[in-house]
Design a protein around this ligand. Structure first.
Ligand SMILES: [Zn+2]
Length: 180
């Protein structure tokens, strides 16, 4: 049985133990408004983070959550300092524990996630996860510094032309050596 992709919001908190016993699957988003730490870490965030989670108990009785998430953020290109959209993907395999002590006893392939009350702060844990998967730096694929003044004014048209015609970029490079 598979759950169709959905844009519905994930619960902010949930009892991971109960969901693991039911082998529940969840799919949904962490809403944009709840991603304050992520917003502080990047240039901007345009949409909520989408995540799929599968709760289960493994053969040793560990409470596990396996899943992946994806989001899209805007970082500054470290070459031209212009904003660039960057997709962020992450896979995770959590072992839900009730104390740090228990976390240390988990097998290495499980990342300990502590639920120290009745409910797990799901948004916080997922935000941690996406922060871990952020690229440290971002660069445009193409030579962007030389073409920067080239597509000022005709932004998107300039970008397409640049992609189609690499010689144009070379011309630009040559042209910019004798900068006015
Ligand atoms: Zn750039």
């Amino acid at each position: 049985m598979s759950i169709p992709p959905s844009k519905s919001e994930l619960p902010r908190r949930l009892d991971a133990r109960k969901l693991a016993q039911r082998e529940q699957k969840l799919s949904g988003t962490v809403p944009l408004a709840q991603l304050e730490r992520l917003k502080a870490a990047v240039e901007s965030v345009e949409e909520g983070v989408q995540a799929d989670l599968e709760f289960a108990r493994d053969l040793h009785g560990h409470f596990t959550v396996t899943g992946h998430l994806h989001g899209a953020v805007t970082l500054l290109c470290q070459r031209c300092l212009q904003p660039m959209p960057v997709p962020v993907e992450g896979e995770f395999h959590w072992g839900i524990v009730w104390s740090e002590e228990r976390g240390k006893a988990l097998p290495k392939d499980l990342d300990p996630v502590i639920q120290d009350s009745d409910e797990l702060e799901l948004y916080e844990v997922l935000e941690d996860e996406i922060l871990l998967n952020l690229p440290m730096v971002a660069y445009h694929d193409e030579e962007c510094v030389a073409s920067e003044h080239f597509h000022a004014g005709e932004e998107s048209a300039g970008e397409d032309e640049q992609r189609e015609n690499p010689f144009k970029v070379l011309e630009q490079l040559k042209g910019s050596s004798g900068k006015s």
